[in-house]
Ligand binder design. Structure first.
Ligand SMILES: [Zn+2]
Length: 451
């Protein structure tokens, strides 16, 4: 069996259920549930519950039959919680301190313990093989520690009897395939795509790609449709492990079709999305720097919701749940990031000589967003909140041109790169090939889920 299949099937998890090397004739029927390595995230609370359950099982295995001790191998999987170090995780799982120390020392050859993530699973294997079986309580010794750094990269410290722990790195070879999926939009693109089984990451990428051209608050009508052609990676058992880049996508809005192609320009090495004519879909600024929000108040005169008098509203408001990520509408430098009176937590970005954008009432700023920091278009800069003079969670968004606020929804945005010459010729060849590829791939309206 190839290594990839062994790891994918979870050999560490299977050992407990199948190996029971009893020394007596009638081994006691004590079994530990097999625990395959998991990728799914867990909350620390869930982890705590799991841990307690497993500890109970271990106690049964170790102490239930002191009269007939047997050699056992047991596996425990523990999720990393907030504030955990590898040492804390291992000792919480019942590993001896000095054994844990040796295992961690070996593991650091292939893994930086600072890369440990909350929710990450760590699998420990124990054995009573070399323990003193004449004693009532048998303390199993640590045999291996393994964790998945990525879905396709497993790292482990494995004990060789008499030689301590050695590091091991296993890279799974993933099969790449391209999937064509799509549907007719019912209520929102997000919901329809999610119902079709399209992974969340792909939907967000899709919205980002089209957000320069499509105003998702106003332009989507029931009956509009979309298609997306993207990468999926699976192991050799066919299990989907991750999703990759979108190669092509199309949206049909009120009968009008917009298609985009992923293309790398050889002259500068940048990969971007272009329309059929070779124009970059990227505009200097995005119209809507937030996903899944609804426009609650437009630009212009209105009666102020909290103060009652008529006032000029110099931005647009997007209602969204508290904590919804807010993106930088364009590349630029953060000019202000801090408390700003009625605006609450406020960020202003300078994009170029004439354009700036501002974002108000944030719950908090994203990591690293402070005065002077450089941000990229689409980068998360903060989260929706209701700080300052605000009646509920929403984003107040402003576009400034030449120092004056203008309507973000009607502003004519300067376009991005337009391919010409050799680059356009190469793009035409590429897009023609992609069109044929897509046409030869069956459209799926219900995908098998990967998350
Ligand atoms: Zn506002």
């Amino acid at each position: 069996m190839p290594v990839a299949a062994v790891l994918a099937g979870g050999i560490v998890g299977a050992v407990v259920a199948t190996t029971f090397m009893g020394s007596s004739n009638e081994p006691p029927e004590v079994k530990i549930a097999a625990q395959a390595p998991q990728i799914a995230e867990k909350t620390p609370e869930q982890d705590q519950v799991q841990l307690e359950e497993k500890q109970t099982n271990v106690a049964v295995a170790a102490y239930a039959q002191p009269q007939a001790p047997t050699v056992e191998e047991l596996t425990k999987t523990v999720s990393v919680g907030k504030g955990d170090t590898l040492m804390k995780v291992l000792t919480r799982a019942g590993a001896d301190r000095s054994e844990s120390h040796q295992a961690i020392a070996a593991l650091t050859e292939v893994f930086d313990p600072r890369d440990l993530k909350i929710g990450q699973d760590v699998t420990l294997q124990f054995s009573t093989d070399d323990a003193d079986l004449t004693k009532d309580s048998v303390v199993p010794s640590l045999m291996s520690v393994s964790l998945n750094e990525a879905v396709d990269r497993q790292l482990a410290a494995i004990r060789t009897p008499g030689a301590g722990f050695t590091a091991q790195e296993t890279v799974l070879e993933l099969d790449k395939s391209l999937v064509r999926a799509g549907g007719v939009i019912q209520n929102s693109l997000f919901l329809t795509a999610a119902q079709a089984g399209i992974p969340t990451k792909t939907i967000i990428d899709l919205i980002r790609i089209f957000s320069y051209d499509v105003d998702f608050q106003r332009e989507i009508q029931p009956g509009d449709s979309f298609e997306v052609y993207f990468e999926r990676f699976s192991d050799d058992t066919g299990r989907i492990l991750k999703d990759g880049a979108i190669h092509w996508a199309t949206m049909t809005l009120s009968g009008k079709e917009i298609s985009v192609y992923r293309f790398k320009t050889a002259d500068d090495g940048f990969t971007d999305y272009y329309d059929a004519k070779g124009r970059s879909v990227k505009k200097t600024l995005m119209r809507t720097p937030i996903d899944g929000a609804r426009l609650t108040s437009g630009f212009g005169k209105r009666k102020h919701p909290t103060l009652g008098y008529t006032k000029m509203h110099r931005g647009v408001d997007f209602g969204a749940r508290s904590g919804t990520p807010i993106m930088a509408a364009g590349n630029g430098v953060v000019e202000v990031a801090g408390r700003n009176g009625g605006y609450g937590n406020y960020v202003r970005i300078r994009h170029n000589g004439s354009y700036k954008t501002a974002y108000a009432h944030m719950k908090k700023f994203a990591k690293g967003v402070r005065k002077g920091s450089r941000v990229k278009q689409g980068q998360i800069i903060g989260y929706v909140g209701t700080t300052g003079r605000s009646t509920g969670p929403h984003l107040h968004y402003e576009v400034h041109r030449g120092g004056k606020q203008i309507n973000p929804l009607s502003v004519k945005l300067p376009a991005g790169r337009k391919l010409g010459g050799k680059m356009l010729t190469a793009f035409r060849e590429h897009s023609k090939k992609l069109n044929t590829e897509v046409a030869n791939t069956a459209l799926e309206t219900q995908l098998a889920s990967s998350d």
